[in-house]
Design a protein around this ligand. Structure first.
Ligand code: OXD
Ligand code: MN
Length: 611
């Protein structure tokens, strides 16, 4: 039996409640060794992982890993929010009683780390000293070394974050046990996996995966689900799946900050890492704060809405990342960044990596190349010729500091004042380039009716969105009606209201299918207009669904777009909107206690569309 006390003493882990927690789980999981880690252990752990073959070298200071082939993505069906109060049940949060889930998980985890090391990873999901840091503190216990390496990239890690807590018990208990991946029945009726956030006990119990989205408990489980629940229970903040950027205008010297939610595959990471278009010269500088999570609160001193990214890194989707879509991401993966790639294609001879969309075509010389499962490309049968080389959900994990346009103040405790909150899904028609919303309830209503086209034809009808409220559908922690009210309360308490907007970079020509807007760096242009609108410098024109820029107001220097396409993305298709309102009614009716303010906003828009 491992001498837990001696290990904790040696690591300088003095918080008595953390020690008690580590002891409990070391005994329950039956781990053979216990090791406390901090960020300073990274080089040693990398060396150990290389030695053990868990990581492979991918050039100088870059690493490659594969996850088990049935363990490559988040599993929404196996993910549960558990509490002791059924009132917390929502439409999307897969609520279960904690009295049922806790014993179930403890049963699965009992003895399941036998022969393994249990790593103790004290972490902070917040810049140190931030007003929300007390809710961002946690300790992940994991029996997988590559999970530790990912945590070191994605969170601030070290005993210093838990030793001196005012309330020693105020940390999230986040337990990750991998289990026997080859015998978990993933995706079958006999699936053994469970990913549970026991939200009212601030405990996360994840069993049956070592893939990032399920195993890095600081990120989604704590940063989103637990954060959202805590934000609501404390009445203090929102935890949202939002990107966060800064825009500096050299001419006026002003800084603006925009955050926003986008359902997956709607370009959130690319937008977050965007650079200003070259033709605009050096007037605007876009800086990166985060691509996936923002916590929002009202700053007590200034009364303004503030935001921060609780993460320390980027866990980005590799697919389609290239010099055009996201050059900054590529720079953040360069040699020496200590990036970890997962499930991309790999060439052990040359130590190169590749993924679909990295270049137009895969490497012509297939010698040495292996697909994400480790099978040689050269040995593929003709039927396998079109199989992807990389898994569509393959990832790169790199720290924020590697992103070349990282904001100078990203690690500062203060956070940043939020000027605008935007929503945007991938939609081929109806949604204009941008429509600004100045009313809080209408802004929240817009977020709640956010959606993107269903990815597979079979999943939905043409023109019907898969609604993804606030892009939080998989991360909802409590009832949607309560969530809407809490959102109204938090943002409504700010002295200066942020402006809301809905954006869409993906409208297409109905005839030939071409994208009407060039996208990528040019997406800055509608955001600049939004800021001007908020500043009263432009007026736009009012439509039933928000304010749209006139074409004269939008800075289009150097943009190649036809008059017809421009007219289309700056106008409203009333008939399609009226049809959409019917779908929205059905969508909102699912949520029993949706605030009246949201229904009023819905009815206002409906009426305006009829007038
Ligand atoms: C996600 C992610 O699953 O950010 O949304 O990884
Ligand atoms: Mn995400």
């Amino acid at each position: 039996m491992v001498d837990v006390e001696a290990v904790l003493d040696e690591a300088g882990l003095s918080n008595p409640k953390v020690r008690e927690y580590v002891r409990y789980w070391a005994e329950l999981t039956g781990a053979e060794r216990v090791e406390v880690v901090g960020a300073a252990d990274d080089d040693r752990l990398i060396a150990e992982a290389l030695e053990a073959g868990e990581l492979l070298p991918a050039g100088d200071g870059r690493y490659y890993s594969r996850s088990y082939h049935k363990d490559t993505a988040r599993s929404e069906e196996r993910t549960v929010v558990a509490t002791s109060d059924e009132k917390d049940k929502g439409v999307y949060n897969n609520w279960r009683p904690s009295s049922e889930m806790k014993p179930l998980l403890e049963g699965r985890m009992r003895g399941a780390s036998a022969g393994k090391t249990m790593y103790v990873v004290p972490y902070l999901m917040a810049p140190a000293g931030n007003a929300l840091a007390p809710w961002g503190t946690g300790v992940e216990l994991t029996d997988t070394r590559t999970v530790v390496l990912h945590m070191i990239r994605m969170a601030r890690v070290g005993v210093e974050y838990v030793n001196d807590l005012e309330d020693p018990d105020s940390f999230v208990k986040a337990v990750h046990v991998t289990g026997d991946l080859e015998n978990l029945g993933q995706g079958t009726p006999d699936d053994q996996r469970w990913f549970v956030t026991v939200a009212d006990e601030r405990t996360i119990l994840h069993y049956g995966s070592s893939y990032g989205g399920n195993a890095l408990l600081g990120k989604i489980a704590h940063g989103l689900r637990q954060g959202a629940y805590d934000g609501w229970a404390s009445k203090k903040f929102l935890a949202e799946q939002y990107m966060l950027i800064g825009i500096h205008d050299k001419e006026t010297g002003k800084d603006y900050h925009i955050c926003g939610g986008f359902p997956s595959a709607s370009g959130k990471t690319n937008l977050a890492m965007m650079l200003a278009p070259d033709v605009l010269g050096d007037r605007y500088h876009v800086s990166f704060y985060g691509d996936d999570i923002a916590w929002l609160w009202v700053d007590e001193k200034s009364g303004k809405l503030y935001g921060m990214n609780p993460e320390y890194g980027v866990f980005g989707v590799a697919k389609d990342t290239n010099e055009v879509t996201n050059p900054t991401a590529l720079e953040s993966l360069a040699e020496g960044t200590k990036v970890i790639f997962t499930n991309v294609a790999y060439n052990p001879t040359t130590q190169e990596v590749w993924w679909e969309g990295r270049t137009d075509a895969p490497p012509a010389d297939v010698t040495g190349w292996e697909d994400w499962k480790g099978d040689a490309i050269a040995d593929r049968s003709p039927e396998q010729a079109n199989d992807p080389w990389a898994h569509p959900n393959s990832r790169f994990t790199t720290t924020l500091g590697n992103v070349p346009n990282i904001a100078k103040d990203y690690d500062e405790p203060a956070g940043v004042p939020i000027d605008a909150i935007i929503f945007g899904g991938r939609t081929r028609d109806r949604e204009p380039l941008i429509r600004a919303i100045t009313d809080l309830a209408e802004g929240v209503y817009d977020g709640l009716t956010l959606g993107a086209e269903a990815t597979f034809a079979a999943e939905g009808k043409e023109g019907v969105l898969r609604y993804d409220p606030m892009s939080n559908r998989p991360f909802m922690a409590y009832g949607e009606g309560d969530y809407a009210q809490h959102y109204l309360n938090v943002v409504g308490a700010a002295k200066e209201q942020p402006i809301f907007a809905h954006v869409n970079w993906f409208q297409r020509d109905p005839e030939d299918g071409h994208f009407l807007w060039p996208g990528y760096r040019d997406n800055l242009r509608p955001l600049l207009w939004l800021i001007q609108l908020k500043n009263g410098e432009v007026k736009g024109h009012q439509t039933p669904v928000g304010i749209i820029p006139t074409k004269e107001e939008l800075n289009l220097d150097g943009v190649e777009i036809s008059e017809a396409d421009l007219a289309k993305i700056l106008s409203i298709d009333t008939a399609r909107w009226q049809q959409e309102m019917g779908y929205r009614t059905e969508h909102l009716e699912q949520f029993p206690n949706m605030p009246e303010a949201i229904w009023e906003a819905h009815r206002r828009v409906e009426k305006a569309l009829e007038d």
